[in-house]
Design a protein around this ligand. Structure first.
Ligand code: AP5
Length: 208
């Protein structure tokens, strides 16, 4: 079972990927998380990646594709969060033979609210939302008790740029997988529980 999640920034790809990974025992690959781990290191590569990510732009293909190929080597059950997100990356998935691409559709105005109020723990492992998923103690992670912080690219100027990049570079990927007849569209606007129910239904239909 090889699934890719497609959708704008803040559409819930990470939230849904974690749940799918748990319920269906899938390896969860988030290119955003891998890149964020990379930029914590003090290397020439990390400085280069950081420039793109801080501006809300996509990083060049060769950085991402190589990592994805290495991570997926010999894996047969996975969910991809954030890959592919441009046409060249979509073409590269021919080698992986994806079974299902789930597109989470959410209007831009909802995305802006979600991203502006998103917080995560200092290790970047646990995510919250000030309104939809608040931590029990304000500003503190329920799990590792570290302080909650905002992602660097979750500021209004960069959010605007990420949405622009999404409409320009990722929307054509939706049409690409539509033509391949493996795309399923889910309304990503309702409460996460409802969205996950709809996603699970689609995955189960595929497994039947
Ligand atoms: P990445 O980390 O993938 O960021 P993104 O695509 O902008 O997506 P987000 O992580 O912001 O949102 P999400 O859709 O996962 O939503 P989430 O579940 O967190 O990429 C970051 C950067 O890395 C890119 O800008 C680019 O530079 C680079 N990059 C990554 N992959 C690349 C690639 N393949 N090629 C080139 N460059 C790449 O939810 C968001 C918030 O909303 C959370 O607070 C959550 O709690 C809340 N929420 C979730 N679902 C709901 C719901 N249904 N209702 C209400 N709130 C909800």
């Amino acid at each position: 079972m090889k699934i890719a999640l497609l959708g704008p920034p803040g559409s819930g790809k990470g939230t849904i990927a974690k749940r799918l990974s748990k319920s269906f025992k899938l390896f969860n690959l988030s290119t955003g998380e891998i890149l964020r781990d990379q930029i914590k290191k003090d290397t020439l590569l990390s400085k280069e990646l950081k420039k793109y990510m801080d501006r809300g732009e996509l990083v060049p293909n060769h950085f991402v594709e190589e990592v994805v190929r290495l991570e997926l080597h010999n894996k047969k059950r996975y969910v991809l969060d954030g890959f592919p997100r441009k046409i060249d990356e979509a073409k590269a998935t021919k080698d992986f033979k994806l079974d299902l691409v789930i597109y989470l559709h959410v209007p831009d105005e909802d995305l802006i609210k979600r991203l502006a109020d998103r917080r995560h723990c200092q290790k970047g492992l646990h995510n919250y939302h000030l309104i939809y998923f608040p931590s029990k103690k304000p500003g503190i992670c329920d799990i590792d008790k570290s302080k909650l912080i905002r992602r660097k690219d979750d500021n209004p100027k960069v959010i605007k740029e990420r949405l622009k990049v999404y409409h320009h570079e990722t929307e054509p990927v939706i049409k690409y997988f539509q033509r391949k007849k493996i795309l399923r569209t889910i309304d990503g606007a309702p409460h996460p529980k409802e969205v996950y129910k709809a996603v699970k239904r689609v995955v189960k239909e595929y497994l039947r």
